[in-house]
Design a protein around this ligand. Structure first.
Ligand code: NAP
Length: 247
């Protein structure tokens, strides 16, 4: 029970990687805040799964790109479980198009959610994480932030941006003993991967030495390790969970 009584906020936890992280945290005794944007029923199912796994959980609706909604979520967190010890900035989205077809709105929407959302959530929970014993900021990036990817100029930019953000926050949190790290998954079997055409998926698979896509659980176990006391001397790092893809 490496996370017993720790308050852990997971953004975008109604499905996919976020749900697996929430469940894994529950398995290790955490109090989990399950954030979602619109999938209320699925977020409720995540709460049930966390509780069945042995943790406690509440769900909280907030679009991470909306600073006021995020501030209200932070207040609700403190009311339910006290200040946050762990924040996982996981919520993310894609609008995939070749650059020549990408409108300013396609660009801005992805920036607002994937980077603006990380700013808003980190801002709302910053004092909690800074003053927590063994506070943890964990940002979910992507192999795409390391390699770039055809049709993902907006998304790749946000995922690379997290590297500089994480490194800087690691420096600024270090004096308090809190850490900031990035987990950079490869290609993971979730709804997000479902949007990729089959022929492109086959091409990607040929580049993965372990010869399979990741499961959300492959990522969740690493995130749980980073959140735990065992990872206390690791900060400012990018943990690649990508089946051996080069970058
Ligand atoms: P997913 O299955 O599409 O789920 C996205 C999650 O984020 C959902 O819970 C969704 O909530 C939430 N979300 C989206 N926009 C939001 C917003 N504005 N405010 C609050 N929540 C929002 O995605 P995933 O594959 O699990 O990806 C999770 C993270 O891992 C993302 O940051 C993604 O970039 C990263 N990642 C994914 C892969 C992959 O291959 N799947 C690879 C590397 C990195 P609703 O259900 O309410 O919409």
């Amino acid at each position: 029970m490496t996370l017993e009584d720790r308050t852990c906020v997971v953004t975008g936890a109604s499905r996919g990687i976020g749900r697996a992280i929430a469940e894994e945290f529950g398995r290790h005794g955490a109090n989990v805040v399950v954030n979602y944007r619109s999938s209320e029923g699925m977020a409720a199912e995540t709460v049930d799964r966390v509780e069945a796994a042995g943790g406690s959980a509440v769900s909280t609706q907030a679009d991470v790109s909306d600073a006021e909604a995020v501030a209200a979520m932070a207040e609700a967190t403190r009311e339910a479980f006290g200040p946050a010890d762990v924040l996982v900035n996981n919520a993310g989205m894609t609008i995939d198009k070749k650059f020549e077809n990408m409108s300013p709105a396609d660009w801005q929407q992805v920036i607002d959610v994937n980077l603006g959302g990380v700013f808003n959530c980190t801002n709302a929970y910053f004092e909690d994480i800074k003053t927590a014993e063994d506070g943890r900021l964990i940002n979910i990036s992507s192999v795409v932030g390391q390699q770039g990817n055809y049709g993902q100029a907006n998304y790749a930019t946000t995922k690379s941006g997290l590297f500089g953000f994480t490194r800087t926050l690691a420096l600024e949190l270090a004096s308090e003993g809190s850490t900031a790290n990035c987990v950079a998954p490869g290609f993971v079997e979730t709804d997000m991967l479902e949007t990729v055409p089959e022929r492109v998926k086959e091409k990607i698979l040929r580049r993965i030495p372990l010869d399979r896509f990741a499961t959300p659980e492959d990522v969740a176990g690493i995130v749980r390790f980073v959140a735990s006391e065992d990872a206390g001397y690791m900060t400012g790092q990018i943990l690649a969970v990508n089946g051996g893809m080069e970058w």
